[in-house]
Write a protein that binds this ligand. Sequence first.
Ligand code: ADP
Ligand code: ASP
Ligand code: MG
Length: 407
Amino acid sequence: MALIVKKFGGSSVATPDKMRAIVQRVLKGKKEGDQIVIVVSAMGDTTDDLVSLAKQITTKTYGREMDMLLSTGEQVSIALMAMAFEAAGQKAISLTGAQAGIRTSDAFNKGRILEMEPDRIMEALRDGNVVVVAGFQGITGHGDITTLGRGGSDTTAVAIAGAIHADVCEIYTDVDGVYTADPRVVPTAHKIKEITYGEMLEMAKLGAGVMQPRAVEMGSRFNVPIHVRSTFTEDEGTIIQEVCSMEIKQYLIHGVASDKNVAKITVLGIPNKPGYAYKIFAELAEKNIDVDMIVQSVRVAKEGVTDITFTIAGTELPEAMSVLEHIRSQMHAEDILIDKNMAKVSVVGAGMAGHPGIAAGMFGVLGDNGVNIEIISTSEISITCLIGEECVDKAVKAIHDHFFGEH
Ligand code: ADP
Ligand code: ASP
Ligand code: MG
């Protein structure tokens, strides 16, 4: 008897036939007494299509109404999936995020799960239902619908698994596990059998889109093992958990990740006095805009003046613009430069600590390939370089070849 949460992404539920295939697979694997919660994404590219619909109405594609719109995609999926289970003779019920008890902060478009009240899920399971929950959405204390950020169905699934103490959270997707690099970019990448929450979180934050970072965080907090695997094959996937058994330290790094959703902003010529950096970043924080890499440099030639460069997600640029305009006028900045065509390439691995050659190896590969590094940042388990977006796929391949060989 097991309690399992299974999450199916957009490409897995893209058509009614694919939904029927999922139902058959779930019912085939379901043993007597098993309790199953299914979390689904919107069908295929529905979320992207809804975003472009909104763009045809307004340039302001964020805020409350955007969440009202985006959450409809998952609602279509849950109704159809519940019908598909019923049609196959299995009792089922669909629940929206609100009905499933997912309470979030009131940050529209990037709601954070504050509380889970899974009573209705548990009751429906006890009544013998397969419970189908809409991913990516929740509800605020005021009863407004929120969404959890792109890829947020992963977080819904792991949060439910944590709240109901599921044995495992299975993330079914269009790849059969987590690879040493995005297999669509690096065909020679290989599947990782096991990875710790810490390393997976770093990979996800640095752009490995196979899992939403918050989902990994949630798994770690509630100690839910996460199994990333294919919707279309039976192969074992990748287990994400606290401690990995017998991992042979064959490679010093675990993976290469990249992120093309990066904009670089340089504020030129502001006074080199206490409080100015605070003002910039406090205003951005107030708008809920995450700042990533930050570099401040003092100009030798012009005393009393400094430049600050930082990166944000490219998709947050429209919202950041109003803050930047305010900064320009309030601080009398000489200029503000914006480059939307930047990307990050990173190597990740707990094994790199104490191996100074890793950074040199990575920079050497970039240099040999004529890729200019604009900013470098490091953490205990990763090294990240900011580079031009046009060379990032080439950079990922070359770095992967260097550390993992070309087999
Ligand atoms: P879903 O719709 O099922 O949530 P996603 O598109 O969000 O699927 O995530 C799966 C995709 O993640 C894969 O198709 C793959 O291109 C991409 N990806 C990026 N990095 C990795 C990686 N290191 N390992 C596996 N897949 C990766
Ligand atoms: N449908 C949402 C998206 O496309 C959430 C998800 O699929 O996880 O981002
Ligand atoms: Mg996803």
